[in-house]
Design a protein around this ligand. Structure first.
Ligand SMILES: Cc1cc2nc3c(=O)[nH]c(=O)nc-3n(C[C@H](O)[C@H](O)[C@H](O)COP(=O)(O)OP(=O)(O)OC[C@H]3O[C@@H](n4cnc5c(N)ncnc54)[C@H](O)[C@@H]3O)c2cc1C
Length: 490
């Protein structure tokens, strides 16, 4: 079979990649105390694919090799295919309680969607479509894990990228050779980079077709993470290597984020998906709606996460006896409603799927757009409810050493709950604190707000591109009727 086990996945990460964390170059991300637990969490996800229990639900037969490959690489041809893919996504999301946004299925689905629309990228030069299809097949058969980085550094958002203090702050092409394209500059924000095999770097924003200097930024490609000249600068780790009793989420699910820095890196021609053709790249940005596919992973992850948060919140309410108050019941019901709303968006997008561009079918766009714009605020509300109900108990919580130390009797008395003993109550509240209050928790909230782009600008685009004809027609209609009514009264 082509799907990899966890051990094979870990072995792939020991390749001399240049990963920097807190001032140190990491020799082996699978063994470093601040990265190892996340590496092993991901390995556990790879192990699911090869386990007798889940193998069949997470794989399909490769159309080329006949091997079992991950369902996130499936080009969906029918509604049943979407449901099949959903099941695989659920197994992965539920294994981490929705705490990981960037399990490998996320970018796998993006590359699969690009492959579905490969002809768009190859409209003017067939080579780019061929490259995409070959790349999709390559990562599918090797069962690779990808990070992706769209944007450019937050240096000055008021000017075009060509006018930043250095022409290669943003990633651009320095030169081309018979072997490929040489690029320099940085890309953000590469979540999962230390644990990935490859990085995919697309064109992100529309470039100026009339500006010659923008052409060098028109480059889309994917290369191995250990390519010479490529390094990653990670943010601080939220897994400090401490007790899982104290930090049950930070200690297992810190998927890590990094800036990708390209120092004259050679991208082989066969790994280039777009170059220099600004007009086509801009068209592809609008037309190839990758999110129509990958939002299925997002919705499934959100459902797993909301179910987990609901369980925590409900548990807290029962633990300290506040579930008798009607406002508490109402707030917990609000989380239920948000959870069920996400489920409805998921089902609507799947049910209304159809042909769109190139191969296979695509989930419907409208449910995803609405969910994408609404969910960041909904998530903030959910977190606010957790804080409102758990209140001071969120932070006034002893740690594992306290619980096991000489004050155990006091702790047993003062930290017990209405229907729960002290060690379990503390465990529950520490879970809640890691979810909302630690660095890990803050990053979760930031993730939900920004991982999918900036909702402020997305909504501006929505305003500018929405088809208002039916809305306007209904007003015109009532005006005409009123006009008739007015006439008949005279
Ligand atoms: C936890 C996390 C994980 C992420 N993972 C990934 C990943 O794996 N891959 C990836 O590519 N990206 C990832 N992202 C990046 C994400 O796509 C960006 O954060 C998002 O697109 C916003 O870009 P920015 O952070 O550069 O903010 P900016 O673009 O700098 O925006 C900052 C503020 O300025 C405003 N602003 C900026 N420019 C404009 C403008 N032209 N018009 C109006 N307002 C403007 C914005 O509204 C915002 O309020 C991740 C982000 C987070 C927080």
């Amino acid at each position: 079979m082509a799907v990899r086990s966890g051990e094979q996945f870990l072995e792939g990460l020991r390749d001399g990649r240049e990963i920097w964390l807190e001032g140190e170059r990491i020799a082996d991300v699978t063994a470093h105390p601040k990265l190892t637990r996340m590496a092993h969490t991901l390995a556990g996800i790879y192990d699911l694919q090869v386990s007798p229990q889940y193998h069949d639900q997470m794989t399909f037969k490769s159309p080329t090799s006949g091997d079992a490959v991950a369902l996130s690489y499936l080009v969906p041809e029918s509604y049943e295919d979407l449901l099949r893919r959903r099941k695989a996504l659920e197994i992965i999301a539920e294994s981490s309680y929705g705490m990981l946004g960037r399990t490998p299925d996320y970018v796998n689905i993006q590359i699969t969607a690009m492959r579905q629309a490969a002809h768009v990228y190859g409209r003017n030069e067939k080579m780019y479509a061929d490259n995409l299809r070959a790349y999709h097949e390559y990562i599918r058969e090797k069962d690779l894990c990808l990070t992706h980085a769209f944007g450019h550094p937050q240096v000055d958002r008021s000017v075009p990228i060509s006018e930043l203090p250095d022409p290669y702050v943003a990633l651009g092409v320095v030169d081309t050779t018979s072997q490929g394209v040489i690029v320099r500059g940085a890309k953000l924000l590469a979540t999962l980079a230390p644990f990935s095999d490859e990085i995919y770097a697309p064109v992100y924003r529309p470039l100026r077709a009339e500006a010659e200097e923008d052409q060098k930024y028109c480059i889309s490609f994917a290369i191995p993470v250990d390519t010479p000249g490529l390094k990653f600068i990670c943010r601080q780790s939220y897994d400090r290597g401490g007790s899982l009793y104290d930090y049950p989420l930070s200690g297992q699910y810190d998927e890590m984020d990094a800036l990708a820095v390209f120092d004259d890196v050679l991208i082989p021609w066969e790994r280039v998906f777009a170059y220099q053709d600004v007009e086509l790249a801009n068209y592809a940005l609008q037309r190839v709606t990758l999110w129509r596919q990958y939002m299925q992973q997002v919705a499934v992850k959100n459902i797993a996460k909301l179910e987990f948060i609901l369980g925590i919140t409900h548990g807290i309410a029962e633990a300290i006896g506040i579930n008798i108050y009607s406002h508490v019941q109402e707030k917990i019901a609000e989380i239920v409603d948000i959870l069920e709303t996400v489920r409805s968006y998921l089902r609507a997008a799947e049910a209304d799927a159809g042909p769109y561009e190139g191969e296979g079918i695509w989930p419907a766009a409208e449910p995803w757009i609405a969910m994408r714009h609404w969910y960041p605020d909904a998530y903030v509300r959910v977190i606010w409810i957790v804080e409102q109900l758990a209140a001071g108990g969120l932070m006034l919580t002893p740690n594992e050493e306290d619980v096991k130390g000489p004050l155990a009797a006091d702790i047993g008395k003062f930290y017990q709950g209405a229907a729960i003993d002290a060690p379990d109550r503390i465990r529950l509240f520490r879970l809640a604190w890691d979810l909302v209050g630690t660095q890990f928790g803050s990053r979760q909230a930031l993730y939900e707000r920004f991982f999918n782009g900036d909702v402020v600008q997305l909504r501006q685009r929505r305003y500018a591109t929405y088809d208002y004809s039916r809305a306007k027609e209904s007003v015109r209609n009532v005006m005409e009727r009123l006009g008739d009514a007015g006439k008949s009264q005279r």
